[in-house]
Structure formats: C-alpha cells, structure tokens
Write a protein that binds this ligand. Sequence first.
Ligand code: AMP
Length: 113
Amino acid sequence: MENKSVFEMILSGEIDSDIIYEDEQIFAIHDINPVAKVHILIIPKKKIPTINDMSESDINLIGSMFMCAKNLAKEFDIDQTGYRLLFNTNADAMQTVFHIHLHLIGGEKLKNI
Ligand code: AMP
C-alpha cells in the first residue's frame, strides 16, 4: 500500500496537530513551519497527490477549500489587510507533501512573488 501522507496521519491521530477547522470533506491546521504570522493549510480529506491529479469531479471540493480559506481569513482577521493563497506543484515549486493543500498566508506584509 502507498505510504500515508503526513496529513492523513494527522487526520487519523497518528501525528499530533491542532485541527482548527473540519467538515466532511476538508480540514485545516496551522503550518508547522510558518512563513508569516498566519500560515494555515487547508487540506482535502481525499488524497490527491498534486493539482495535476485533480479531475472534474474534484471541482466542488477545490471550491470548498477556497471558501474555507476565505472564512478562515476572516476568522484570523486578515481578510481586509490581505493574504495569499497558493498550491505548490511538484519539484520546481518545492512541493514537499504530495497530498494537495492550499496555503493561506498573511498577517504581515508579504514579499512580492
Ligand atoms: P508544500 O511545500 O507546499 O508541500 O507544503 C507542505 C507544508 O506542510 C510545509 O509548509 C510544511 O511546513 C507543512 N508541514 C509538514 N508537516 C507538517 C505537520 N506535521 N504539521 C503542520 N504542517 C506541516
């Protein structure tokens, strides 16, 4: 069987983490190595290794991840000051966990990309 991703292990309780949001399809945690004051990961419970593996049937799921990001941005009071949402995909983007996750980054002035 394929190795579990770190996010599957968090979801199953094998790795300790504070889940700050959870519904039937997705959950969210603080990034263990934050690059800004607010750095949250929004993760589908379904393991999709990279955005390249996304299919038409995942459109609603990915949309829900963005809705969750929007709601968490408000909850963490960065909705008006600003934030960045991103998916890293494969080596050149330095993706390290092959279970897609949406980074929600903010709480301070971010460097231009
Ligand atoms: P990426 O480089 O886009 O694949 O992002 C993976 C992210 O997962 C990195 O920002 C890591 O800091 C984060 N990460 C890895 N392990 C954990 C963990 N146990 N809890 C929270 N975040 C983690």
